[in-house]
Design a protein around this ligand. Sequence first.
Ligand code: AGP
Length: 608
Amino acid sequence: MCGIVGYIGSREALTVVLEGLHKLEYRGYDSAGIASIEKGELFVYKEVGKVAQLEKGVERKGWKSHLAIGHTRWATHGIPSEKNAHPHLDDKKRCAVVHNGIIENYDAIRRLLEKRGVVFQTDTDSETIAQLIGFLYKGNFLRAVQRALPLMQGAFAIAVVHHEQPGEIICAAQGSPLAIGMGQEEMFLASDAAAFLRYTRRAIYLRDSEVAQITQHGVEVFAADLTPIEKESEDLTHAIEEVTKGDFQHFMLKEIHEQPQSIQNALLARFSKEYGTATLDNLNFSDQELQQVERIVILACGTSYHAGLIAGQMIEEYARIPVQVEISSEYRYKNPIVRDHTLAIAISQSGETADTLAAMRELHEKGAKIMGLCNVQGSTMAREVDSSIFLRAGPEIGVAATKSFTSQLVVLSLLALKFARMRQMSAQEGIHFIEALEKLPQQVQQVIQVKNPIAMLAKKYAAAEHFFFLGRRYMFATALEGALKLKEIAYVNANGYAAGEMKHGPIALIHETSVTVAFCCDSFTYPKMMSNLMEIKARAGRILAIAPEGAPDIEGIADDVIWVPPTLDALSPVASSVAAQLLSYSIAFERGTEIDQPRNLAKSVTVE
Ligand code: AGP
């Protein structure tokens, strides 16, 4: 799971590729590397850690070149080390490969090649690609790559250079995205067109099994048997978004603060108060098609999955349509049953999460229509679904999803409203729902204003090693999301549970040093939640509650309370999550972890 970039043309290739790698660092930052050819010689340079490290090293070398490929890595096979960093070479050091994806049968290929005397240097699956191409190379570079491709199983996007062919880059894709940017006498390639958008907006995307031969003058695309294919180029229209941290110490904190505005953007012109309904823009589904929907399947991973769980609850409550919310990585292997009038909703901030893309393709093949909710225009999801709804959250740089989550909740609330108004909800109820939605930006602002008291609470609880995050109904998935946030940025063991489940086992872990973060904003289950908290208190557990202003009893039960503005149960995950984001951020800050790029993670998970 990585980002690859390539350039050939008259600019300084290393600079262009390094720039592109910076843009793709969201795909992994365990190591980075670059290869180029100058005067028939292959140069490779790698560094453990971020692209900035690589950049410094490359500057020191002072190399100049008009062709280069580069890579930023999220380790799958082999620890993050210089040895395992890409580009990988064949054992004669004639060709170099950068790879995004996983070669599932790498071990079989490796053993086969080793029997023929090929000596491997790394622990990676990716090295097998370079070794295989090197082994098959008999003077025709394109042919060697083409012969290697059908032998490799798994998902990949690759770019390969060979020192005997200094004027070309060969690339190919299978289940992983690869965009080729076409400039004037210069060509680019990347896992994500954002890497080259500032140079060109004309691009083609490689489809599965296609191979491309790129020279400075253009690109030729071939089918698996090397039959030439005519491909229409696209004009990419999405904006180039440059973001800085401004006055904030971390992108995550900045993105938490942006939420009043990002929620406002998510709502903008997407409802009619007069009719009490949502008017989602550019929806490629007619009202009749939406009216006919009998079942909804929601697919997502991580934070997006938590948004899906909340949306599922909401659509069932308000529209009475059965909703199945599925973790993409599980669903894709279930051989799903698809009946007529099933709508799939795929949710992904990045639009590049491999499991979600695979699950939605599986459903698409079985005849379901797919609606995609994502934040990135031009992403693979946005290009493949029947209809996209954009979150309009703006670029989210911190690995921890914050503003994209609340935007997902808002957009999904609008969708639930639309479905509900087509069925049983009255206009009056719709107007009431919209009024509650309109208040959200201000309510989130109110939560942000208590960031200092939250930071004080974080100081009190930061040393704890075991956290429970509990909630019921709408607060259950909110608790799961809160726990995920604390785990990923503060490296603390945080378990999210449905509060009613504690007595079925997990309560055995409660003692005087464990901390329970209790999400108490679901009014329907509030009394039950209080009973569950009494059970924790009876076992000397510490309790930090997030509760709606004015809620009874909680002050007598919890050690501390973060008060949030009350709203409808269905919308209460928004303000509660912002409070939990601030809490996790402040605990991570106290613990001195790397908040924006936590260890072992990547912003976009492009492998299974
Ligand atoms: C959340 O903080 C995580 N970074 C992660 O769980 C993320 O939500 C997940 O990888 C899904 O990403 P997506 O929304 O881009 O598909």
